[in-house]
Ligand binder design. Structure first.
Ligand SMILES: NC(=O)c1ccc[n+]([C@@H]2O[C@H](COP(=O)([O-])OP(=O)(O)OC[C@H]3O[C@@H](n4cnc5c(N)ncnc54)[C@H](OP(=O)(O)O)[C@@H]3O)[C@@H](O)[C@H]2O)c1
Length: 271
C-alpha cells in the first residue's frame, strides 16, 4: 500500500517524510512535489518523486495514479479564494485515483473563527467529506514560528518584552510534533473519519515567555503591555482561537508536546 504526500519539499512535508522513513519502507512513499528541482534530496533518499501542481488538475491525476493513501498538505498560497480552487483540484484527483484514506492538514478550532483562512479549511474539509473517502483532519495549531514575531530579539536587547494589551495565551506547536502525528496517523489504522485538534497540551502566556527568555539569556527581561505594539499579527490572533488546547497531539505522538522552553530554544538556534 503506497502513501502519497503533497507539499513534500516544504518544511512540514520534509519532516513528515523523515518520520515516515522510520515507519514504512521507502518504496511505499511517493513524494508529490510542486517543483522537481527542489526534490533532489528526496530522490537521493530513494523516494519516488512525482510532479504535482495544485493549479494543474492533470498533474495531480498523474501523480496520484496507483496511490492508496494521501497526505494532503494545505497549499501555502496567500489568497484563500485561490486555495479553495487548488484544494478542489487535489480532492477531485484523489477521488479519481480511488484513494482509500485522505489525511488533510487543516487548522485548529475552525468553528470558533469567521475569517477567510478558517472558511478555506472548513470548505476543504466539507469537500473531502463529499467524496466519501475515509478522511482524517489534522487541525494543526499555530506554528511556534509565531513566537519570533512577538519581538523576542528586541526583548533580549532592551530587557522588555512589549506586547499588545489583552488576555493572551497560545497553544503553539512545533512542526516536529505535527510531523510525528501526521506520520503516525497515515501509517497506522484507527484514524478514519476522525478530526484531531493538534495543539500543545497547555497554553503559554507572555509573562512566561519573558521568564523563559530571561532564563535562556541570563538577563533580566520583564513583560510590559503597551498599545504601541499593535500590529497585523495581533489583529489576526484576535480573530482565531489560538489559546484553546486539547491532548490530541500528545496522545497521538505518545509524549508531551514541545514546551515553551523547547520552542524558544529552537527559534534562537535557528536565528
Ligand atoms: N498552522 C499554522 O500556523 C500554519 C502557518 C503557516 C502555514 N500553514 C499551512 O501549513 C502548510 C505547510 O506548512 P510548511 O511550513 O511546510 O509550508 P512550506 O514550507 O511553505 O511548504 C509548502 C509546500 O507547498 C508546495 N507548494 C506551493 N505551491 C504549490 C502548488 N501550486 N502545487 C503543489 N504544491 C505547492 C511547496 O512547494 P514549492 O516550494 O516547490 O513551491 C512546498 O513544498 C502551508 O502550506 C500552509 O497551508 C499553517
Amino acid at each position: 500500500m503506497s502513501i502519497l504526500i503533497t507539499g513534500a519539499t516544504g518544511k512540514l512535508g520534509s519532516l513528515i517524510i523523515e518520520q515516515l522513513l522510520k515507519r514504512v519502507e521507502r518504496e511505499r512513499l511517493i513524494a508529490c512535489v510542486h517543483r522537481l528541482d527542489k526534490a533532489i534530496q528526496l530522490r537521493e533518499l530513494g523516494i519516488e518523486v512525482r510532479q504535482a501542481d495544485y493549479d494543474d488538475p492533470l498533474s495531480l491525476e498523474r501523480s496520484f495514479a496507483g496511490g492508496s493513501k494521501l497526505l494532503f498538505i494545505s497549499s501555502p498560497h496567500t489568497d484563500d479564494t485561490v486555495r479553495v480552487r487548488q484544494h478542489s483540484h487535489v480532492i477531485e484527483a484523489a477521488k479519481k485515483a480511488n484513494i482509500t484514506h485522505l489525511v488533510y492538514t487543516s487548522f485548529a478550532f475552525l468553528e470558533k473563527a469567521n475569517i477567510s483562512l478558517t472558511h478555506l479549511h472548513l470548505a476543504t474539509e466539507h469537500a473531502i467529506r463529499t467524496t466519501g473517502i475515509p478522511y482524517t483532519f489534522l487541525r494543526n495549531g499555530l506554528y511556534s514560528d509565531v513566537i519570533a514575531a512577538f519581538g523576542i530579539q528586541q526583548a533580549i536587547e532592551t530587557g522588555e518584552l512589549i506586547t499588545y494589551p489583552g488576555k493572551w495565551s497560545f497553544h503553539t506547536v512545533t512542526r516536529e510534533d505535527l510531523s510525528l502525528a501526521a506520520a503516525t496517523v497515515i501509517s497506522t489504522e484507527g484514524h478514519e473519519n476522525q478530526t484531531y485538534e493538534l495543539t500543545a497540551s497547555r497554553a503559554w502566556n507572555f509573562v512566561e515567555l519573558a521568564e523563559v527568555l530571561a532564563a535562556r539569556t541570563g538577563k533580566s527581561i520583564r513583560h510590559r503591555e503597551d498599545p504601541v505594539a499593535e500590529s497585523w499579527l495581533y489583529h489576526f490572533l484576535m480573530q482565531i482561537d489560538a489559546s484553546s488546547t486539547t491532548t490530541d497531539l500528545e496522545r497521538i505522538i505518545g509524549k508531551p508536546t514541545a514546551s515553551l522552553e523547547q520552542m524558544v530554544r529552537q527559534i534562537m538556534e535557528q536565528a
